[in-house]
Design a protein. Structure first.
Length: 193
């Protein structure tokens, strides 16, 4: 690893752990690969959901439709902190559509912004949110399996995650991940109290 690359990596890791990492400084943090994923969000979403609806089991398609019909509402006056039930829906790819059961997630606020951890289930995520608009947040996090130590964001394209979060009710929201690294073309992580 070159000195310049090592210095850049250390700067990024420090930024993510400091208050500036959660105050809208996303432009200096997001990786080029994740920027490209988010730029292709609409096309990726459309293709993956069409595949899922065409080839998925009818009961899973019904669940997917129930999730997608919930329109995005404002995050204003929404307290995301606390314990949540969460489940993943995988669309397109190896299996056309997979709806997992509910697991445990937790959102904390360390004073610099909201931080998400998926606590149970074999596939985990750990990351932070950045304001994109009144009705959409950007999520940057890392993927890990079981109780592996999550790598800091920006360390590896194999573990980095990027997605958009949408509030869909008084106690409901979701994150949509375009082009996740493994298994599917589009993931939805749904949350409820």
């Amino acid at each position: 690893m070159s000195f310049r690359l090592a210095a850049t990596s250390l700067t990024l890791l420090a930024a993510l752990s400091s208050p500036a990492g959660a105050t809208g400084e996303i432009e200096s943090l997001i990786t080029p690969a994740d920027r490209a994923r988010l730029e292709a969000y609409d096309q990726t979403r459309e293709g993956a959901l069409a595949e899922a609806k065409e080839k998925g089991k009818p009961e899973d398609v019904t669940t997917l439709d129930e999730v997608l019909v919930r329109e995005a509402i404002s995050f204003e006056d929404f307290d995301m902190t606390g314990n949540w039930q969460c489940r993943t829906i995988k669309a397109g790819g190896e299996a056309a559509l997979v709806v997992y059961g509910w697991f445990r997630c937790q959102v904390t606020d360390d004073g610099s912004g909201w931080h998400l951890q998926k606590l149970t289930g074999s596939q985990r995520t750990n990351g932070r949110f950045f304001t994109d608009s009144d009705t959409r947040l950007t999520y940057l996090g890392t993927f890990s399996v079981n109780n592996e130590q999550a790598l800091p964001y920006g360390t590896s394209q194999d573990s980095d995650q990027a997605g958009y979060a949408f509030r869909t009710g008084k106690n409901a929201w979701r994150i949509e991940f375009p082009a996740p690294r493994y298994e599917s073309k589009f993931d939805i992580l749904e949350f409820r109290r």
